[in-house]
Structures are given as structure tokens and as C-alpha cells.
Write a new protein. Structure first.
Length: 84
């Protein structure tokens, strides 16, 4: 069994407060995070729809205030720089 990176980052579960996750994919294990306190920014339609179908709040752009942010960087250097 493999352990997700989120399990390693948050061994006690959700970090508390409202969390923004930029770039989460539909296949990603988001079980350490509480869906009711999580907003996911995802512009890719397939991932957006897949996450929304799993019950997550998904938007193409960040809007609001958050207590924490998680950024999933893509492999492409230019895309990673643009995301930051």
C-alpha cells in the first residue's frame, strides 16, 4: 500500500480552517482533507468535473480568503512558474 503525499504532509488530518488546493487532479487521494472546508482550483475540464462529481467545491479561479493553501506543481517548468 502506498501512502499519499497529503498523508505525509498532514498526518493528523485536515490542517484546520479553509484550505485552497490549486491543481488537484480527479484521481488524487484527498482523504486527509475535509471536503466542506476545501476549495479546489482546477481549470482542466475533466479533472474539474471528476472532482465535482466526488463532492468537492471546484472553481476555475481562486475566490475568497483561506487559512492555508496547497499548490500541486505540474512537471513542466513554465507551467509550474505560472502556477506560483
Amino acid at each position: 500500500m502506498t501512502q499519499s503525499r497529503l498523508d505525509l504532509a498532514f498526518p493528523d488530518g485536515h490542517p484546520g480552517g479553509e484550505v485552497l488546493f490549486i491543481g488537484a487532479t480527479a484521481a488524487e487521494d484527498l482523504s486527509p482533507l475535509l471536503p466542506q472546508h476545501l476549495t479546489i482550483v482546477q481549470g482542466h475540464v475533466a479533472d474539474h468535473d471528476g472532482l465535482a462529481a466526488r463532492g468537492f467545491r471546484v472553481a476555475p479561479l481562486a475566490d475568497g480568503t483561506f487559512d492555508a493553501a496547497i499548490v500541486r506543481l505540474p512537471r513542466a517548468k513554465e507551467a509550474a512558474r505560472a502556477r506560483l
